[in-house]
Design a protein around this ligand. Sequence first.
Ligand SMILES: C=CC1=C(C)c2cc3[nH]c(cc4nc(cc5[nH]c(cc1n2)c(C)c5CCC(=O)O)C(CCC(=O)O)=C4C)c(C)c3C=C
Ligand SMILES: [Fe+2]
Ligand SMILES: [Fe+2]
Length: 291
Amino acid sequence: MKAIILHNMGGARSEKELKEFLYNMFKDKRIINSPIRHILAPLISNIRYKKVWKNYETIGGSRLHKVTESLCEKMKNEKYDVIYAMRYTAPYLKDSIHKYDEIIFIPMYPHYSFTTVESALDDLKNTNFKGKVKIVKPFYQNEEFNEILKENILNSVENPSEWNLIFSAHGLPKKIIESGDSYEEEVKKHVEILKEKLPQFKSVSLAFQSRFGRGEWLQPYLDEKLKEFKNEKVLIYPISFMIDNSETDLELKVEYKHLADEIGIKEYKVVECPNDSEKVAQFLLKLAEEA
Ligand SMILES: C=CC1=C(C)c2cc3[nH]c(cc4nc(cc5[nH]c(cc1n2)c(C)c5CCC(=O)O)C(CCC(=O)O)=C4C)c(C)c3C=C
Ligand SMILES: [Fe+2]
Ligand SMILES: [Fe+2]
């Protein structure tokens, strides 16, 4: 039996699941590169989940699972089972992969990073799966994908010439980039590709969201970038994600929106991720076939 497996980070639908997510994430050597992460993981997750869950509750938890499930449903076909697995919350890869003889593995990230794609590949290796494996590579340069993004972005506003488009990428500690992670380079190339496809906008820029902890992260930070747009209209596109999750629904649409209001931004809007659209389903099937 063959399967296409969509692999993502995981999302928190309950307080318990948020604790599990945080614990697993901080235990991951790709996220915390410290020999004492086994001590840090329970400490940080225990302190953080209670504080953060209150905010998750305002959006009814993460919709990452639900939308991914719907995407799998749309990708269903006679040749393959289409299922999903998550890195830090159930359903875990080790619990489904051994049913199959052959899998096509799709890390659901447009750009490479040690913290995302490489961590997903660690998850795959850790299953000790002995069947045939094909892996879909990061696809930010794919023309069909970028046409989907372009259409998505243009459909979000009526007069793009009045709007400043900000591509918001998930941040990463500078230290990780300095250790050889190509994420920043790929994100910048991706923005250049999309900028050329979207000359209609008043301006196009890149910023990084959700800095965490101390230390320097990729810059410019989104909160600083927003300050440039007092009395202007700002459209945000979350460029690191395929599917909406707490980073888009909570961080961008609630927390950064609040900041935008404080700054005096005239209008602030966040574009939906590609999610479970028919076009994305067809695009991912094609990537799987070509892998
Ligand atoms: C501690 C460092 C973190 C790094 C590095 C990081 C990279 C990174 N994350 C995503 C995508 C997602 N992250 C999500 C949640 C989330 N991420 C971190 C921390 C780091 N992420 C935390 C602590 C959390 C939990 C929320 C919080 O406590 O603030 C999610 C959302 C899950 C959900 O519930 O919907 C996604 C998706 C990418 C793409 C990335 C690097 C490129
Ligand atoms: Fe994250
Ligand atoms: Fe984040």
